[in-house]
Structure formats: C-alpha cells, structure tokens
Design a protein around this ligand. Sequence first.
Ligand code: CA
Length: 217
Amino acid sequence: MAFILIVEDEEAINELVKRNLQLVGHRCHSVFDGKTALSQMKHQSYDLMILDIMLPGIDGFEVIKQANEIPTIFLTAKNSLPDRVKGFSLGADDYLTKPFEMLELLARVEAVLRRTMKTANYFESGNVKIDFSSRQVFHSGQLVECTPKEYELLEVLVNNRNIALSRERLLELVWGYDFEGDTRTVDVHIQKLRKKLGWEERIKTVYKLGYRLEAGR
Ligand code: CA
C-alpha cells in the first residue's frame, strides 16, 4: 500500500480523508499548510499527495511547483476551468473539486497509484489475486471466470475495502443510476463472488445495510 501526504488546512476534511485512506490500507501523513508540506517532502518520500489549493501561506499551486514530482491529486473548492487547467499544467495527476464524495476520491487515488506505482497494478489478498490491467481474477493461481458486472463489483469492493457499502450505493456504482433492477441483483452477484473466490468470510454482510470486504490493513 502507499504512503500518502495530505495537505489540507480544514481539519475535519483532513481527518476524514486520512481515516478513509487508512481504512483501505494506506499510510498517511497529515499537514495543514504548504510550508510544512514542503519541509516534510525533504525528509520523507511519499507515493502520492492529496493537495488543497487555498492554504495558509504558500498555496497548493506553489507547493506542486516546488514539490519534486510527487504524484498529486488536487482536492479543492476552486472549480473554474482556468484553475483546473493550471492544476494539470503544473503536473497534477487528477483534480477533484469540493464538495466531493469519498468513494470518488478513493477510486481516483487507486487509479493514480496504479499508474504511478508498478506494484499497485494488482491486488492480492490470501489466495486471490486481481490483475487490474488485464481485468483478470485468479484463485489459487487458477483463472476465475467473472462476468463484467461481477468484475466491476469486485473492483468497487476492493477500492473501498474495509468500508461498509450499502446495496443502493453498489447498485449505483456498478449498474448505474438508471438501472431498472433492484438491490437483489447486488445480493445475487455478491453470492457468486463469494463462491468463486472462496470469500464467504471475507465479504461480510452488514446488517440492514449492505456489504464490506475485509482485507489486510
Ligand atoms: Ca483550504
């Protein structure tokens, strides 16, 4: 898993982002202003930085300019096109505006890490291995045949491992808002994944809510 620097002056957001990234298994370091971020980078190497723009003292644009090529996701209230363009032209890997959804941030973090860390191209837990680049799933070295929806559901569970997800949310994320079916579709697919991967114990049913994938932290 990755070592992530969170540069965000709003303490509640900083804490929330940290807690969720830790839940999915990353190590995090929180700082609350640009100057501290820059001095931290001299002592530590990070795999990724989540960077606010409006910060006390040195702003996020200045931080990324002075940072030494750390993969960066901007997380900011500045949502104008010129700001986005500036963010990307300064080398950002992604740009997410507030208010944001935690699940979206987690998905984007995983996507950037997969591009930037060679080791993050697959997920391994027990005897199950998922290769994200080829979208292949292996159980004890044997290829598991998954339908596209089973694979997408699996990817959502893995990206949000250790976090409880409601059936409605899973339905929305995997099948889309305008899907006509109901949440039983989710249950059926979960049953299939449990059976195919031997994950009866790993994919927990969360009472009256949905499911949670338990994976190493
Ligand atoms: Ca701010």
